[in-house]
Ligand binder design. Structure first.
Ligand SMILES: *[C@@H]1O[C@H](CO)[C@@H](O)[C@H](O)[C@H]1NC(C)=O
Ligand SMILES: *[C@@H]1O[C@H](CO)[C@@H](O)[C@H](O)[C@H]1NC(C)=O
Ligand SMILES: *[C@@H]1O[C@H](CO)[C@@H](O)[C@H](O)[C@H]1NC(C)=O
Length: 232
């Protein structure tokens, strides 16, 4: 038990050292998705079992009245297993202080909530106008291809809000916020309790913890033995 709690503590620290924001969610039930061009035309990056990590730039802005949490970007989370727990992380450099907010919505929520659908289409349109060639390649590479046969997976929309969180004497930086370089990571939980990508770290820490416990116990034993000798 002691070992486990140490383990969790260390992992929490690892999380805290990097600039990470995350959201934890359970994949919704499968609903048939019209696999026409409508979703593809949104030009959103897709995170899915074949593509668990995407490195990209996201626009950010200082909080304003109409965007209190900064600039909004969208992505798709596809090929999810209904009922499976996942973590979605955004990681960024400490040199670009930003506050991220992550929310996931079902397709129905995204399309039927006026604030969401307008944000989604604004993002999609500005992407259409400004997609660099490298992004087009990334977009094609990240495209989710459902496996043949019954597609029983589910899909969520991810909204990322990015607010700049710095003060600079440089006027340019206070007026134009540079896009933030980020990693977006989709991480399924193992047995719905533990992020899969952290398993190697956890095993490593567990081995070290075990050996230090083992050595401590042995040296205790040696001390006890020499104490016994003195008594004799
Ligand atoms: C989806 O269907 C496939 C094939 O029928 C099956 O192997 C798999 O376990 C199913 N997955 C879920 C999450 O139900
Ligand atoms: C990001 O910001 C740039 C510069 O303001 C703009 O041209 C581009 O359309 C924006 N991209 C998105 C997806 O909003
Ligand atoms: C202000 O920041 C911009 C963007 O990082 C940079 O190009 C420019 O040189 C800076 N200006 C000054 C006066 O430091």
């Amino acid at each position: 038990m002691h070992l486990l709690s140490t383990l969790f503590l260390v992992i929490q620290c690892l999380h805290a050292l990097a600039n990470v924001e995350k959201t934890i969610f359970t994949a919704p039930e499968h609903v048939p998705i019209p696999r026409d061009a409508a979703i593809d035309n949104l030009l959103l990056y897709s995170l899915n079992p074949a593509r668990l990590k995407i490195r990209t730039y996201l626009n950010a802005s200082f909080p304003s009245d109409d965007k209190p949490h900064g600039e909004e970007s969208w992505a798709l989370l596809e090929g999810l297993r209904p009922g499976q727990r996942y973590e979605l992380r955004v990681c960024w450099l400490a040199t670009q202080p930003t506050v991220f907010r992550l929310d996931t919505y079902t397709m129905a929520e995204s399309f039927e909530t006026s604030g969401l659908i307008s944000s989604l289409s604004t993002y999609s349109y500005s992407r259409r106008d400004a997609l660099a060639e490298s992004e087009v390649n990334e977009l094609v590479a990240s495209k989710y291809v459902p496996s043949a046969g019954a597609d029983n997976t589910s899909l969520l929309f991810l909204r990322i809000q990015a607010a700049a969180d710095y003060f600079s004497l440089n006027k340019t930086l206070m007026e134009i916020v540079p896009p933030v370089h980020v990693d977006l990571i989709l991480d399924p939980y193992l047995l719905n309790v533990f992020p899969r990508s952290l398993v190697p770290t956890a095993i490593y820490i567990a081995i070290i913890a075990f050996f230090s416990w083992f050595l401590a116990d042995r040296s205790n034993g040696v001390e006890r033995a020499s104490a016994r000798k003195k008594l004799l």
